[in-house]
Design a protein around this ligand. Structure first.
Ligand code: UD1
Length: 421
């Protein structure tokens, strides 16, 4: 298990390029299941989660490979429809094969993903929506067994905004009979990317990026033969900007998608940072004399993303004043709190609220343990700004979602090394 060794206290400066979005690429690759032929994707990040998805697709009869910078999914006619526990448990997003398999082949058997570090993460909303579209679904021996001769379009009203649920239904609806309307749909940019890709296959979709998505089912889809470019990773971009902020530096993240990070930018500006949004990227400049504490509440897009909550909390540990951070999306997403406290952070947390009393004079380096993907990123950021040496253990969590993070930070002047243990 590799570790990161970080010598903190160096203000980051320079420019760095953001990778393709993990949370979009995963769904695009899975969506290729919906029609036979070769699908070409550019800007797919080289990440553990992408390799896990490729492995899962291989077991479903899809050939996947990188050819230079292109990721290719070659979908043949004879598909398997069983997604094994061993693969699904490694990556919860695997549950998203349920909708495409069911709508294309009339059946699917997909392992239940199980809980994870940031909460129970049930899939009841996915299942209920597919049932409303006419699927017969049972849960037996840890697997979701789903059948439908052909799904039928209907009106789905999600009780709660769910990114994965919206995506599963969206993919199922493109081949369903008639019109599906998803109300209270998630509005995340990754959903827009998925819908845009499905449209290149011949799907009829309107309203992506709003809370009401309309899908007119078609009888079949066709691989476009064209390259589809995965959108930039807004969470990686936000993390790199926060790395600049926490070290009191000045960084430009090239290709950072400005519109997708408005909630973060507004909080950074409130804290005293200067943010310049340009067509080719976003630049962050730190205020002299340190930054102010600001309160943050996470919520579905376009509000402050839960996937940047841990990294923002690390920034608040160094602020002038006290910040209240409220997590409304997941029930157990403060795993980084005890680790930040090992570095001297002053945080009280209860349930979904954390009160962070900033220490403008900083934290001190310490050995810490990564617990989940974004919590790991927050520990790396804290290590970059802390005095002395920080060792972040279990960085395999980071490798699931950040492509060459240590190299990107090094190119901004950070002293961070990967140690194989
Ligand atoms: C996706 C992202 C994840 C991000 C999250 C919220 C991917 C691969 N992951 O996760 O990085 O943090 O969106 O922006 O894209 N819920 C239910 N029942 C369901 C489905 C969800 O109760 O059937 C709950 C979840 O437990 C959670 C909330 O709804 O509390 C939001 O979850 P959801 O939006 O579905 O997150 P994911 O798609 O799993």
């Amino acid at each position: 298990m590799d570790q990161f060794l970080i010598q903190g206290g160096i203000p980051l400066s320079g420019e760095v390029q953001v990778s393709g979005a993990k949370n979009s690429a995963l769904k695009l690759l899975i969506a290729s299941l919906l029609c036979e032929g070769r699908h070409y994707f550019r800007n797919v990040p080289n990440l553990v989660d992408i390799h896990s998805t490729a492995k899962l697709l291989e077991t479903l009869g899809v050939k996947t490979f990188f050819e230079n910078d292109l990721f290719i999914c070659d979908v043949g006619p004879a598909q398997q429809t069983l997604a094994h526990y061993d693969l699904v448990r490694k990556m919860r997003a695997s549950i998203l094969v349920l909708g495409p398999l069911l709508t294309k082949y009339g059946r699917a058997q997909v392992s239940l993903p199980g809980g994870c570090a940031i909460g129970n993460r049930p899939i009841d909303l996915h299942i209920e929506a597919l049932r409303q579209m006419g699927a017969e679904i049972t849960i037996e021996e840890g697997y979701v067994h789903a059948r439908a001769s052909r799904l039928k379009g209907t009106k789905i009203l999600f009780d709660q905004v769910t990114v994965g649920g919206t995506e599963n239904v969206l993919m199922a609806a493109v081949l369903a009979e008639g019109k599906t309307v998803i109300e209270n749909a998630a509005k995340e940019p990754e959903i827009v990317d998925l819908a845009n890709f499905l449209i290149t296959l011949g799907a009829k979709i309107k309203g992506q990026g709003t809370s009401c998505i309309e899908i007119e089912g078609v009888n079949s889809l066709r691989a476009s033969g064209k390259e589809y470019v995965v959108m930039p990773d807004r969470i990686e971009a936000g993390t790199l900007l926060l790395a600049g902020a926490i070290t009191g530096g000045r960084v430009k993240v090239q290709q950072a998608p400005p519109f997708h990070l408005e909630a973060l930018f507004s909080k950074l500006r409130e804290a005293g940072f200067k943010i310049v949004e340009e067509a080719d990227g976003v630049t962050l400049e730190s205020p002299s004399g340190g930054h102010r504490a600001v309160d943050v509440t996470t919520a579905p897009y376009p509000h402050f993303p839960t996937d940047l909550q841990a990294q923002f909390m690390a920034l608040m540990c160094f602020a002038h004043g006290t910040s209240v951070i409220t997590e409304t999306v997941f029930e157990n997403r403060f795993m980084h709190v005890p680790e930040l406290m090992r570095m001297g952070a002053d945080i009280t947390s209860k349930s979904r609220v954390a009160v962070v009393r900033g220490r403008p004079r900083g934290l001190t380096g310490a050995p810490v343990m990564a617990t989940d993907l974004r919590a790991s990123a927050s520990l790396v950021l804290a290590g970059l700004a802390a005095q002395g040496q920080t060792t972040v253990n279990r960085i395999y969590h980071l490798d699931r979602g950040y492509e060459r993070l240590e190299q990107k930070l090094q190119c901004l002047g950070a002293k961070v090394e990967r140690i194989a243990t």
